[in-house]
Design a protein around this ligand. Structure first.
Ligand SMILES: Nc1ncnc2c1ncn2[C@@H]1O[C@H](COP(=O)(O)OP(=O)(O)OP(=O)(O)O)[C@@H](O)[C@H]1O
Ligand SMILES: [Mg+2]
Length: 247
C-alpha cells in the first residue's frame, strides 16, 4: 500500500440526547493511502458527518486518536480541508473573498493566496465569476466556489460531506466528473460522504460502508482496478453494498 495519509485508532464518540448519553461512534479504525478517493456510504444517522467532524477537530472524540501524515492531530482543527453538509458561502463576499476566508483565518500571506486563487479560478470554471456574489451564481457554481474555498485550506486531504446532494442530476454529473479530474490534477486525497451508492461507485477508488448504532465501518470495496463496470456488475456491487449497509 502506498503511504498512509490518514488513520484513526479506536475513535469513540458519545452525544447527549435528552440528557441520556448515546454512543454514536464506537472503536472506529480507519486508514487511507495518499491520493486515494474514498467514498463513505451509510444510511442516514449512522454517524458519517460525526466521523468527519472528529477528523476536522470540530468535535473531540471521547477516546481514540487521529493521525495525519504520521502526526497525531486529535482535536486539532484547521489542518484538513472540510466542506460541511450544508456549506454556506458568506452572502456579502464575492467568490474571491469567500475563497480567501481560510487564508485570513490562518493569517496566511494574502498576496500569494490571491495569486493562487487567480490560477485556480479557471480550474474551477469560475474565471468569469470572480467578483460575483453568491446570489448571482447558480447552484453548481456556488458549489464550485465552496470547493475552491475548501482547496484554499491548502491541504492534501479534503473531506466532503454530501457535496452534490442538493444539485440537479445533470449538474451533479458534471461536477462529479470535474471533481475526479481536479483530484488527479491537484494530487488530492479525498473522503467523500454520500448516501448515493451510484455516486460512490462512479467516483470512489474505494467504498467504505458504515453502519449505525453505534456507527462503525463494516466493509470495504476496492474498486480501483475493477473499473469500468458493466451494468450487470454495477448492479451486483450495489446490491452487495446495500446488503452490508442495512443488515
Ligand atoms: N451535536 C449532536 N448532539 C446530539 N446528537 C447528535 C449530534 N450530532 C449528531 N447527533 C446524532 O448522531 C447520530 C449520527 O449523526 P450524523 O449527523 O453523524 O449522521 P449521518 O450519517 O451524517 O446522517 P445523514 O446521512 O442524515 O447526514 C444521529 O443520531 C444524530 O442525531
Ligand atoms: Mg450527515
Amino acid at each position: 500500500m502506498s503511504q498512509s495519509i490518514l488513520s484513526t485508532r479506536n475513535l469513540t464518540k458519545t452525544f447527549l440526547l435528552h440528557n441520556e448519553p448515546q454512543l454514536i461512534l464506537e472503536d472506529v479504525n480507519f486508514e487511507m493511502a495518499a491520493r486515494d478517493f474514498i467514498c463513505v456510504v451509510g444510511s442516514s444517522g449512522c454517524g458519517k458527518s460525526s466521523f468527519l467532524e472528529l477528523l476536522t477537530g470540530i468535535s473531540k472524540p471521547d477516546t481514540g486518536s487521529i493521525f495525519y501524515q504520521g502526526k497525531e492531530i486529535t482535536g486539532k482543527s484547521g489542518l484538513l480541508g472540510y466542506m460541511p453538509q450544508d456549506d454556506l458561502l458568506l452572502p456579502w463576499l464575492n467568490v474571491v473573498d469567500n475563497a480567501l476566508i481560510p487564508v485570513k483565518i490562518r493569517k496566511g500571506d494574502l498576496r500569494t493566496a490571491k495569486a493562487r486563487i487567480q490560477s485556480l479560478l479557471p480550474v474551477f470554471g469560475l474565471e468569469k465569476h470572480a467578483s460575483h456574489l453568491p446570489y448571482q451564481l447558480s447552484g453548481g457554481l456556488r458549489q464550485r466556489a465552496a470547493f475552491l474555498r475548501t482547496c484554499m485550506m491548502e491541504t492534501q486531504l479534503l473531506l466532503l460531506d454530501e457535496p452534490f446532494a442538493n444539485l440537479d442530476a445533470i449538474t451533479r454529473l458534471q461536477l462529479q466528473n470535474w471533481l475526479k479530474d481536479i483530484a488527479q490534477d491537484l494530487k488530492l486525497s479525498i473522503i467523500l460522504v454520500t448516501h448515493d451508492i451510484n455516486e460512490a461507485i462512479s467516483l470512489g477508488d474505494e467504498i467504505r460502508v458504515m453502519r449505525g448504532r453505534p456507527g462503525n465501518f463494516v466493509g470495504t470495496f476496492v474498486l480501483k482496478d475493477r473499473k469500468p463496470f458493466t451494468e450487470a456488475q454495477a448492479e451486483d456491487l450495489k446490491r452487495e453494498i446495500l446488503a452490508l449497509a442495512v443488515s
